[in-house]
Design a protein around this ligand. Structure first.
Ligand code: GLV
Ligand code: MN
Ligand code: MN
Length: 412
């Protein structure tokens, strides 16, 4: 079977989706359930319906677009990713897996392929933690890793609860209904840009992912004492930002000295109160993101952060508290899906390597309820989560071809 990928159409659809954004191009920002995200969802729905797919939204807004197979009762072959984008993002993170998944289905239709198992494109809600503070909201709920009760307690930075935000987006039904039934999937495959430099550096066009690193995130609050920047003498100060600076550097050191290249730690948000040039910072809020492919090593960094907080708090007489938002185990990909992807690469004479994913993905959670693996394509210099993120049309088309071949192999 020859699978004709329409590379030009896919490229123009990636551009079209990037236009639904709250950032100045080339940057993209598409935060879940904002007006731009809702427009993007409507646009995508129309593309799926053009392809004859049947659409269903669940109560948290995960979107299922189904190509019904010859055996509609058989477990589903899933593919997909996310279309939400963090502030100052690029065009490709998540989008390649969604629009590539759609094009893979269309290409199989053009090839007159008849699936036995239904093939379903899944667009996950809020893979990015921007709005609700926790990543992979949709896939956590689908896989039973976040209960409806816990989800109801989430709210956005403006204090709007999930229930209110999803109601405004037109989503009814109870959150309890999001959890997928057991054995819903026969297999799940996610196509994604690598978000790292290895494929480009090694000039290998495809990466088959065998493991997804374990992410953890925390909010840290530091309470010191404010006051006049001129009047308060240095020995009398309890500057919350100076304490935060020490803590951030201790965290960096803990990750750097873990002994493994896979340990990473980031403070991506630092909010300073009251935020006046002539006022000593009295309060700081930090977001902390720690990851590793090895759970124990990741947890050791978390313990070091805890110990550093206690030391700095005692020495500087500031209060430091932290709230754990998530600490997830790593995900193992399925040997069956890894082999299906590898075999598809071989069939098309395409070189590939196996690799781990240091970024997290919805596949981390889907891998707990279904045989799952991911396919990576190169992105320029490994850039991601920045406006100059780029993957070439040829690389995207190659990834889409291997995805289509794999979906076909799994669905017969
Ligand atoms: C996902 O976007 C991640 O931060 O890994
Ligand atoms: Mn991302
Ligand atoms: Mn992503």
């Amino acid at each position: 079977m020859k699978i004709p990928i329409d590379q030009d159409r896919l490229s123009s659809e990636i551009e079209a989706l990037a236009s639904f954004s709250d950032a100045e191009p080339p940057a993209v920002a598409r935060i879940v359930f904002t007006p731009q995200d809702l427009k993007a969802r409507a646009w995508l729905r129309a593309r799926c319906e053009e392809a004859g797919l049947k659409i269903r939204y669940d109560a948290i807004g995960n979107t299922f677009a189904r190509w019904t197979g010859a055996d509609p009762a058989a477990p589903v072959i899933g593919t997909g990713s996310h279309i939400d984008a963090i502030p100052n993002a690029g065009k490709y993170d998540g989008v390649v897996g969604v629009l590539g998944g759609l094009e893979a289905i269309r290409a199989l239709q053009r090839a007159a392929f008849q699936p036995k198992n239904s093939i379903e494109l899944l667009v996950f809600t809020a893979e990015e933690p921007t709005r609700f503070g926790i990543g992979c909201l949709g896939s956590r709920m689908l896989s039973g890793n976040l209960t409806a009760e816990a989800a109801r307690k989430l709210s956005d930075r403006e204090g709007a609860p999930v229930e209110q935000v999803r109601a405004q987006a037109g989503l009814g039904d109870e959150l309890e209904s999001v959890n997928l039934p057991n054995a819903y999937y026969k297999a799940f495959v996610e196509l994604h840009i690598e978000q790292g430099p290895l494929l480009e550096r090694e000039r290998i066009p495809l990466g088959v992912v065998t493991k997804i690193a374990a992410p953890a995130s925390l909010r840290v609050s530091i309470e010191g004492a404010g006051g006049h920047a001129g009047g308060v003498l240095m020995p009398d100060r309890h500057d919350a930002l100076c304490a935060a600076a020490e803590l951030i550097l201790d965290l960096e050191q803990a990750a750097r000295s873990s002994g493994a290249i896979d340990t990473v730690a980031t403070v991506g948000i630092c909010e300073v109160f009251p935020g006046a040039v002539n006022s000593i910072p009295s309060q700081v809020r930090l977001s902390v993101d720690i990851r590793d492919t090895d759970l124990n090593r990741r947890d050791e960094v978390m313990q070091t952060l805890d110990a550093a907080s206690r030391t700095i708090s005692a020495r500087r007489q500031v209060a430091i508290s932290s709230q754990l938002l998530n600490a997830d185990a790593p995900g193992d990909c399925s040997p069956i899906v890894i082999e299906a992807l590898s075999e598809s690469c071989r069939k098309h004479g395409l070189q590939f390597r196996t690799m781990v994913s240091r970024a997290y993905h919805d596949s981390l959670f889907i891998s707990r309820i279904a045989p799952t693996a991911m396919l990576f394509i190169p992105c320029r210099k490994g850039y991601s989560h920045r406006p100059d993120e780029y993957a070439s049309p040829e690389d995207i088309a190659r990834g889409t071809l291997v995805l289509a071949e794999t979906l076909a192999a799994l669905s017969q």
